[in-house]
Design a protein around this ligand. Structure first.
Ligand code: HEC
Ligand code: HEC
Length: 193
């Protein structure tokens, strides 16, 4: 991803700011759109949707990436930038965007298989899948299935926040789930509205 282009966008943005770009945080958020889509509405299967993200979870993810705790060569420099520009404003900007569920096509049979396996997720993510701020659990609904599946694989291999004891329960659960089932679970949670 061309960092230079993003930085240029960021520098140019104030000159063209108008309408929706007047919202605080919107200008900084332009740098994210190359990967996460305009307004955080990712059209891709692998990039998470940021529109409608809970501010507490956004901040945690940014802090984890910036500290290298949640390793991501793509995100680490942008997370550091967000902390510099003001994480609260940018979190509020994305939280204020209505989430349109991922446009990635889902296989109906996979969604049904995933539904049958999803009961083991609801104890933390809730029956609605919308998460629980008091337990530090994020919303899964409408995210691209490829992104959800990949994060499950990263948990299973202890490659997302490796060694972090506060999330060991979710990692232990992923270790009990065969890899083939992740696509079904991902399709199901992506389908939930
Ligand atoms: C070069 C592409 C790229 C750019 C630009 C980018 N991101 Fe990301 N972002 C990613 C990838 C890839 C991931 C998933 C990484 C992982 O596996 O944890 C991600 C994940 C995230 C997550 C975690 C979402 C979740 O559900 O856990 C947040 C929050 C985030 N990005 C915010 C931002 C913000 C804010 C910006 C702009 C300042 C930005 N990103 C710019 C590629 C990018
Ligand atoms: C013991 C509680 C718990 C259970 C059970 C659980 N999760 Fe989670 N899950 C979490 C927590 C906590 C996080 C956030 C971790 C972090 O902050 O990095 C999370 C994050 C995720 C993410 C990453 C979301 C994102 O935006 O990056 C996915 C995907 C996920 N869980 C899927 C599942 C699925 C599918 C199940 C059921 C098979 C499940 N989880 C069961 C606690 C749980």
């Amino acid at each position: 991803m061309p960092t230079l282009v993003c930085l240029l966008l960021l520098l140019l943005a104030p000159a063209v700011a108008a309408g929706p770009l007047d919202a605080p945080g919107a200008t900084s958020a332009l740098a994210c759109s190359a990967c996460h889509g305009l307004g955080g509405q990712s059209p891709s299967n692998t990039m998470p949707i940021l529109a409608g993200i809970a501010p507490w979870y956004f901040k945690k993810a940014i802090q984890d990436y910036a500290a290298g705790k949640r390793p991501s060569p793509e995100m680490e420099p942008y997370a550091k930038m967000v902390l510099q520009f003001g994480v609260d404003e940018i979190a509020a900007y994305f939280a204020g965007q209505a989430r349109t569920p991922s446009p990635v096509k889902l296989d109906a049979a996979a969604v049904e298989r995933g539904r049958a396996a999803a009961a083991q997720c609801t104890v933390c993510h809730g029956a609605s899948g919308k998460g629980d701020a008091s337990k530090g659990v994020p919303d899964l609904t409408g995210q691209p299935p490829g992104y959800l599946r990949n994060q499950m694989l990263l948990f299973k291999a202890d490659r997302r926040s490796p060694g972090d004891d506060t999330i060991k329960a979710v990692k232990a659960l992923m270790k009990t789930i065969p890899d083939e089932q992740f696509a079904d679970l991902a399709a199901y949670w992506s389908s939930v509205r």
